[in-house]
Design a protein around this ligand. Structure first.
Ligand SMILES: Nc1ncnc2c1ncn2[C@@H]1O[C@H](COP(=O)(O)OP(=O)(O)O)[C@@H](O)[C@H]1O
Ligand SMILES: [Mg+2]
Length: 360
């Protein structure tokens, strides 16, 4: 397997004084389901369009499978794109939509028929050949758009928020299907989304973007467990930030003073320097324990429950800790809002669950 199948080398794209993509370098592996994840406006679509050839970079170069494609037009690249708003032609049927433009590739009628049949089976649209756009559901239209891109047998499929217009249940189903389909055909997918849950549930690896730059590129569980900076920790899942400053190092740990709480020794995976006040401690809501009684955990704080939201599989508590002027979010699968007298509780934290982070 080619580890550097797609190479993005020092790529920037400026629109006037907007740096939509700002000196980005990384590689995508062959056969990988790779996602670009980040908030609206961070440069995801621009980066995808640069790969597709709909934009040309201000700086840098792009290689796919060893060939420099930087200056090639879209139809000379081994890529195909599925767009955000799944535009399929309304005046021709499903089969004609999928066939569209295939003849230009110099294929015979038999070859075209075989390709169309294969791709219809792949996206589970057999029997829908004669239908028009208006006779299809949102999910089916999205499948047609997918089929139309796949029928050209690209080496790389580029997908720009393809599930964004679907309602939640259908989106969850399509996420699974898309993932299965990608494994089945084995081509490289570059998938753009602003939805962190979508990216981490589907991808082999995820690049988290903000303001045109890559903040972290990791496997999904790494993004969640070991975020490399405050932006990623905040964007992936939910977390509580506690102001802190570092003191002296102690092997792979470091002493920190957490504001209003005192001095603790925490792991220092990111090798953050001593005597820095540019740091925070991040603690996930689900890594804390909420209880009626005091615990013997590393940190145990008396608190008052301000607000409770019952979420079915878990309950989220917003608590105010005595002595800290901050609302902390704790989630638990074991309590509903009836369980605490006078809203008094204890929240417990294990030092192992504290991530020390720095601004990048
Ligand atoms: N053609 C363009 N002309 C001017 N600015 C653009 C153009 N395309 C994108 N931008 C700007 O570049 C930034 C990144 O946009 P985009 O790549 O669409 O972000 P995303 O897809 O992550 O929402 C935004 O500030 C956007 O306004
Ligand atoms: Mg976009």
């Amino acid at each position: 397997m080619n580890e550097n199948f797609i190479q993005i080398n020092g790529i920037s794209k400026h629109f006037g004084n907007v740096k939509a993509v700002d000196d980005v370098s990384f590689s995508i592996k062959e056969g990988e389901f790779f996602s670009l994840l980040g908030p609206s406006g961070c440069g995801k679509t621009t980066l995808l369009r640069l790969l597709a050839g709909f934009e040309y970079p201000t700086n840098g170069n792009l290689l796919i499978d060893g060939s420099d494609i930087t200056a090639l037009p879209p139809d000379k690249r081994p890529t195909n794109m599925v767009f955000q708003n799944y535009a399929i032609f309304p005046h021709i049927n499903v089969e004609q939509n999928i066939k569209f433009g295939l003849r230009k590739l110099g294929l015979t009628d038999d070859e075209i028929k075989k390709r169309v049949d294969d791709v219809l089976a792949l996206v589970k649209l057999e029997g829908y050949e004669e239908r028009f756009s208006g006779q299809l559901s949102g999910g089916q239209r999205q499948r047609v758009a997918l089929a139309r891109a796949l029928v050209r047998q690209p080496k790389v499929l580029l997908l720009d928020e393809p599930l964004g217009a679907l309602d939640k249940k259908l989106r969850d189903e399509m996420q699974l299907e898309l993932r299965t389909l990608q494994k089945e055909i084995g081509i490289t997918f570059v998938f753009v989304t602003h939805d962190q849950q979508e990216a981490i549930s589907m991808s082999d690896r995820v690049a988290v973007m903000s303001e045109g730059k890559i903040q972290q590129l990791s496997a999904p569980n790494e993004l969640y467990k070991n975020p490399e900076n405050i932006f990623v920790s905040d964007f992936i899942g939910e977390t509580n930030f506690l102001k802190a400053s570092t003191r002296s190092k102690d092997g792979d740990h470091i002493n920190v003073a957490i504001e209003d709480l005192g001095d603790f020794k925490v792991k220092n995976n990111l090798n953050i320097p001593e005597n820095s006040s540019d740091v925070v401690c991040s603690v996930r809501p689900e890594s804390m324990m909420i209880s009626r009684d005091k615990s013997d955990w590393d940190i145990c704080l008396e608190a008052k429950i301000n607000q409770t939201s019952y979420l079915g599989e878990m309950t989220r508590f917003y608590v105010e800790v005595s002595g800290i002027n901050k609302v902390i979010t704790v989630s638990s699968q074991h309590f509903d809002n009836q369980s605490f007298e006078n809203n008094t509780c204890f929240i417990s934290i294990s030092l192992e669950d504290i991530s020390l982070l720095q601004k990048k």
